[in-house]
Design a protein around this ligand. Structure first.
Ligand SMILES: Cc1cc2nc3c(=O)[nH]c(=O)nc-3n(C[C@H](O)[C@H](O)[C@H](O)COP(=O)(O)O)c2cc1C
Length: 159
């Protein structure tokens, strides 16, 4: 379970959400159990290229750097869009081949969490009870979609 602890610790600094070879930095995510399955849930705003990629993807992979490392790549993948630039190429980064049928990960990270999407749902503003959150996060209408992924497997990348 070290990977869970390490992931929660690293998430505020960022992890890479990998879909079809495009890395997007994420900071929001949850572990949990639903329908008797171990799950990892991620949140992606509609404006992201990743949102488009997820529209016809059945899986995603979250690649988690060693704590406090890869900050430049995280900043790049958290500010640049795959619509405009091939981020992996720009970073001279490689893919870590998936082992459980999920998406390929971002090579050089500590953990790769492969997930199969079980459920997706837009976070509709009218369902958010604390309206200060709507003002704070959705004044521009760019809402998040949540993706609940069944954890297919976690790989610790050899050093
Ligand atoms: C530390 C950090 C955490 C982020 N977390 C999220 C997140 O959880 N969900 C989200 O939609 N965008 C998040 N972003 C913003 C996206 O990473 C950013 O808009 C990115 O350029 C989108 O890439 P894409 O267009 O290739 O999908 C975060 C950015 C940073 C720097």
């Amino acid at each position: 379970m070290d990977w869970m602890h390490e992931t929660i610790k690293q998430l505020p600094k960022g992890a890479f959400l990998m879909v079809k070879g495009n890395p997007m930095t994420i900071g929001w995510a949850q572990f949990g159990i639903i329908w008797g399955k171990k799950t990892f849930t991620v949140y992606v705003r509609e404006s992201r290229y990743t949102h488009l990629l997820l529209a016809d993807a059945g899986t995603f992979t979250v690649s988690v750097p060693e704590y406090g490392t890869m900050s430049e790549a995280l900043a790049f993948c958290g500010t640049r869009s795959g619509r405009d630039v091939d981020k992996m190429r720009a970073l001279s980064a490689g893919l870590f081949a998936n082992r459980f049928g999920g998406q390929d990960g971002f090579a050089g990270c500590r953990y790769h969490i492969e997930c199969r999407i079980l459920f997706r749902q837009d976070l509709n503003e009218d369902r958010i009870e604390d309206k200060t959150l709507v003002d704070r996060y959705y004044a521009d209408g760019d809402t998040h979609t949540m993706y609940v992924g069944e954890i297919l497997g976690v790989t610790e990348e050899p050093e």
